[in-house]
Write a new protein. Sequence first.
Length: 611
Amino acid sequence: MKIFAALFFVAVVPAAAQKVEVPHKHDFAGITLIIRDDARREIQKDVDALTASPRHYQIKAERAKTYFPIIEKIFREEGLPEDFKYLVLQESALIPDAVSTSNAVGFWQFKDFTAMEMGLRVDRQIDERLNIAASSRAAARYLIKNNQFFENWLYALQSYQMGAGGVMKSVEDTQPNTNRMEITGKTYWYVKKFLAHKIAYEGGVKGTPRRQVVVYENRRRNTLSRLAKETMVDEVALRELNKWTKSGDIPDDRTYVVLLPVEGGEMPVIMEPTLTVSGTSRASDPAPDRKAPAKVMVTGRINGVRTVQAAPGDNVRSLAARSGVDVPKFLRYNDLKKSDPIVPGQVYFLSRKRLKGSEDFHKVSAGESLWVISQRYGIQIERIRRYNRLAEDVDPAPGTMLFLASKRPKSEPVIAKVDDPVQVSNEETFTWAVKSETVAEEVTSDPVPVNPVYGTKSLSGEVSAKGVDSLKILQANKTTPTLEDTTDLPIPLPADMLHTVKAKETLYGIARLYNLTVMDLVTINNLNLQEGIKPGQVLKLSDKMAKANPSADAGEKLTIQQEFFHEVKTSDTLYSISRQYNVTIKEIMEWNEKKDFSLSVGEKLRIIRSQ
């Protein structure tokens, strides 16, 4: 079993005493939003209404401060931007049993069929829409799933109200991967309402709340009445926090998160048959004094390996001794050094972690280390590095998909975490405008993988290089990029008008590949957007498009002129990028109005070429 606490004190709420002004520029999920005056006036009216009553404002702010730590933790685990937590205020004001006129229920206002599609249990006994942890995880997965169609979190937000299909029909350009957008009077009302809640409550939810809760993961058949006695909490307060179990019974078909109230600043005393309390040797020993509860050793299993949860005040020696494990073994099992601190609430292993993780893949979140991932999935760090071809001193960047049970394909390199800007190598030399049929290729390195963002313009490209002693001059490779290497580049439609879905492909990416729209694919294949697509699935392409491209049917190679963007990686230089796309450095500098050769990781360079 696991427990973690959200403890708090009274916080000062910046309510109506000081008016909250809507800014002209606001950040949301990594996107800078420019709020135009017409939209700003609309949003300001909503902000004024939300902050008009200090009493009602503070009630909602206090609920948020109680529940937000739970939501934030789940969003980090799922990979959803934390800014989405303000959406729950807009949907339900964090009232667990809120019901809308359309019969949407709970914290995140799911209808029953959507809730069950997202894995929530909804029946006469249990309604997980009223469970803050379960429903928040379902909401995160729903938003992430919809974002696969847009690659734009603002439109994923809009889809929460009108569905992914509704957004695709109403929006011509979803601006994938953009980091800057405008909010105008024409922006969808739901988005503007969300911004009003975010702006109104950002200042009011800081600090610690008045109401204390402990999150308890129940993995056995139980009841709220029994749990109230075992933890010595008030049963009425316990039931008020856990309305998701209608009868008070907790089944054992899955792990259910139970919220325990903290009364008078005293933590609940958890006394389970599967737990041991230090200092007691017999099951018949009396319960510890409520005012001075004994330290509880919370044990469990991750990936089949026994674990123990650290308590406040634990160090390596005390935790190892309490767990009955030698200190050297404890350190080895958990990839720790003697000087490493023990983190209260963190789970530690009591035997060697597995060679494969409990899950096949994991998407790295910001600030997440390999050690944290190793502890979460019960897999040895050395195995994570081996599966993903990571050197000892290299950590993956946020957003990287790590392989936890098999080796990463060589064609999918891991993006390393870096802090320094990329510099052009002084050892590389070039000529500005000599067009050549050859490229210079370093003997010891491979080309950087292509990851462009598609646009549509034209200009023929060229490459030039002045040979140096350490380089071999090889014949230029004029082969058309393969589907695997250039999933974002438009290519001729295949003769059979069919496409077999590959791992990690999305409808949006496939549509861009063939210069179609997502709705074209949805209509032609009668797809359900909520079900998505799966590797190996065969998609039909438009017959009308086939007639428009007779040369593709005849197997002839079409010349496609393109403009796209290259995102700068750690190993990139202007010279290597020019070789990669068969253009000159001068052209890259002109297309991007660069004054010098400096590059920064994540910078997007405009590239124009014909194929």
